[in-house]
Design a protein around this ligand. Structure first.
Ligand SMILES: [Zn+2]
Length: 251
């Protein structure tokens, strides 16, 4: 828990993946996310006959974004760039999110396939952080597309319960950042209409267990533990209850 991110610094992590997966791969029990990704690509790229969509996926260490990254790596063929914004604010969740994201990146590289990965840092110790994470992600996604030469076909995010106003704000910021650019990538949210349990079951269980969802982690005996009261903890407790029920004798 001693690692401190450097403010406003973007780093590029070098791939350490081997050519062949080092771990035995046990894939997920549900194909819900695989099917949704396939539908989204068909809807947007079938006319252009693009078989290798160049994807940017925004990750945070949580179930949704890690599931999205894993499924894109598994079921699509194009190059993938993952980006993690270290978000430092009053919620104090950045250190545990860094650990969860690094674990997910390592797992995916070792068991699925290689991809490029970068991070950036946003720090604002004022109020509740100054706005929506979604808006920040779309702002940064646009800048990453510019920084990488405008080669992104699709920006993928794992949001699934966002309100119309939240989506409108993210979309407006993303569009504004592409004024005077030749091309704006598609923004794809494949989880709309899915339940969190569908998402959780659409990734390898080993990987799901390494994710972190709590927005306001607590520290006890030198370890991070979920607060149990934030909206992410409440939705995860519903997932765990559904999993327990499915495992119960006679279920
Ligand atoms: Zn929590």
């Amino acid at each position: 828990m001693t690692r401190k991110p450097t403010a406003s610094k973007t780093t590029v992590a070098k791939s350490t993946a081997k050519r062949k997966p080092a771990r035995r791969e046990v894939w997920a029990e549900s194909t819900a996310v695989k099917e949704r990704i396939s539908e989204e690509i068909a809807a947007r790229f079938s006319k252009s006959r693009r078989t290798k969509v160049r994807s940017l996926v925004m990750v945070s260490g949580g179930v949704e974004s890690v599931c999205l990254l894993a499924n894109l790596l598994k079921w699509t063929k194009g190059p993938i760039h993952a980006h993690f914004i270290v978000t430092i604010n009053i919620e104090n969740r950045h250190e545990v999110e860094i650990m969860a994201t690094q674990a997910a990146v390592t797992y995916c590289r070792e068991t699925i396939r290689d991809f490029t990965f970068t991070t950036s840092t946003y720090e604002m110790m004022l109020g509740l952080g100054g706005g929506l994470d979604l808006t920040l992600h779309m702002f940064q996604a646009a800048r990453i597309n510019t920084a990488t030469g405008g080669i992104t076909d699709a920006v993928w995010t794992g949001h699934y319960g966002s309100t119309w106003n939240q989506l409108a704000e993210g979309s407006a910021v993303f569009a504004a950042a592409h004024v005077n650019k030749r091309f704006k990538p598609h923004w794809i949210m494949p989880f709309r209409g899915l339940q969190k349990i569908d998402i959780y079951r659409s990734m390898p269980m080993d990987l799901a267990k390494q994710t972190w969802s709590c927005r306001r982690p607590q520290v006890k005996a030198g370890k991070y533990i979920p607060c149990g009261t934030c909206h992410s903890c409440k939705s995860m407790s519903k997932v765990e209850a559904a999993l327990d029920k499915a495992k119960a004798p006679g279920a």
